[in-house]
Design a protein around this ligand. Structure first.
Ligand SMILES: NC(=O)c1ccc[n+]([C@@H]2O[C@H](COP(=O)([O-])OP(=O)(O)OC[C@H]3O[C@@H](n4cnc5c(N)ncnc54)[C@H](O)[C@@H]3O)[C@@H](O)[C@H]2O)c1
Length: 365
């Protein structure tokens, strides 16, 4: 993002695990953000991060959350801890920006948003990948009428399981994890960005096995329990009537399906991986002999994880940031409603609403 005349927002990072490295890279190169302190339940992880960065303090978690020099708490803990850390930060008057999902449950998410509204602080949440050129160019193409009125979309994510590469993959198989809550936020955030909020869902789920085996790191070979469905599929009805079909799986080896496709009356659009910022959008109109690329026309160029935090820091007080809490809450509500549908076997109305965030003009991330 461009240079700002206001002083940088002072960031306190909680959770120095696998994903923190990508945020540390973004923090180091973003003028509007200044990392001042780090914390982790495992103090040695925070010490290691601070040691490599002169001037950054490593603090006990409680001290970081109440530190007067921290403006925004960046919450990169595992999903079960998202709400607790966020609520404690909000109670100390801090803005919060966290990794996805917003919380492990909508009840926790509601508590966060209501505490933040009472305290007058802002809530932001990943994924911010949908602010990159991939999803934003696709949104612009749809908004400009390139495929006519949208009719349907598909979103497909399959992998044989994150335990193959993540050294501490337990949380992927506990409530708040699973393919739906872990990867679903990218795909549903993309679909809501492109097609607007969801009003109802129907879904089914399955679980191939009750234990998984860690494939890398010091715990390789250890077996971990599975408490959630590892394959979930369903249909989302958007407010405008568009139907999106979602397949989220930790039980399949590979796919040749596009990550996301949107079909309109006049054409079809291939949308790049919503777990990435960039990628080429492709379109095929009624009379096109083949797919053709859509030139990048919107979104943060060259962005990395944390651009949503920079966007929040640059958002005027009282305005909702693009990767905002209300949007993330709606996404979580859609995902949780799918799990309710899996359990009940029937369609589930989605009561929460969100605006589509303001489109991102083509700009440097
Ligand atoms: N790993 C990835 O590739 C990836 C990608 C995108 C998003 N994410 C998301 O990022 C978040 C973190 O994932 P990760 O892979 O870095 O996990 P991780 O287990 O590698 O790291 C999490 C860190 O948080 C710390 N922690 C947990 N509870 C805490 C608490 N209550 N207080 C302080 N510290 C606490 C842990 O000690 C650990 O160091 C998750 O929400 C995940 O969905 C991960």
């Amino acid at each position: 993002m461009g240079q700002s005349l206001t002083p940088p927002a002072r960031i306190g990072l909680v959770g120095c695990g696998a994903i923190s490295g990508q945020y540390l890279t973004t923090l180091a190169r973003t003028a509007g953000l200044e990392l001042v302190a780090v914390a982790d339940l495992d103090r040695s992880r925070a010490e290691q991060v601070a040691r490599a960065r002169p001037g950054i303090r490593d603090l006990p978690v409680d001290d970081l959350l109440t530190d007067p020099d921290v403006d925004i708490v960046l919450n990169l803990t595992t999903p079960a801890a998202h709400a607790d850390i966020a609520l404690r930060a909000i109670a100390a008057g801090k803005d919060v920006y966290g990794e996805k999902p917003l919380a492990a449950t909508t009840a926790q998410g509601r508590a966060m948003l209501s505490a933040a509204a009472s305290a007058g602080v802002r809530v932001g949440c990943a994924p911010d990948t949908v602010l990159g050129t991939g999803t934003q160019t696709a949104r612009r193409a749809i908004d400009d009428g390139l495929i006519g009125a949208p009719v349907a979309a598909t979103a497909t994510m399959v992998t044989a399981g994150h335990e193959r590469w993540h050294p501490d993959p337990d949380f992927y198989y506990q409530p708040g994890g699973g393919p739906l809550l872990d990867m679903g936020p990218y795909y549903v955030s993309c679909l809501v960005t492109l097609l607007g909020p969801v009003t109802a869902v129907i879904a089914a789920g399955s679980r191939t096995r009750d234990v998984r085996t860690i494939g890398s790191g010091p715990r390789a070979g250890e077996r971990i329990p599975v408490a959630v469905d590892s394959h979930v599929t369903g249909v989302l009805t958007h407010a405008g009537g568009v139907l999106s079909t979602l397949v989220m799986s930790f039980d399949a080896v590979a796919t040749r399906a596009a990550h996301v496709e949107v079909h309109g009356e006049l054409g079809s659009l291939v949308v790049p991986d919503p777990n990435r910022f960039d990628g080429v959008v492709q379109v095929r109109g009624l009379s096109d002999p083949d797919w053709r690329p859509v030139p990048g026309s919107a979104g943060y160029r060259g962005a990395g994880r944390g651009i949503g935090l920079a966007d929040l820091a640059a958002t005027a007080p009282g305005r909702e940031p693009r990767a905002g809490g209300t949007f993330a809450y709606h996404v979580l509500d859609v995902l949780e409603s799918m799990l309710t549908s899996v359990a009940t076997g029937g369609a589930v109305p989605v009561r929460s609403r969100t605006e589509r965030p303001a489109a991102v003009p083509l700009s440097d991330g």
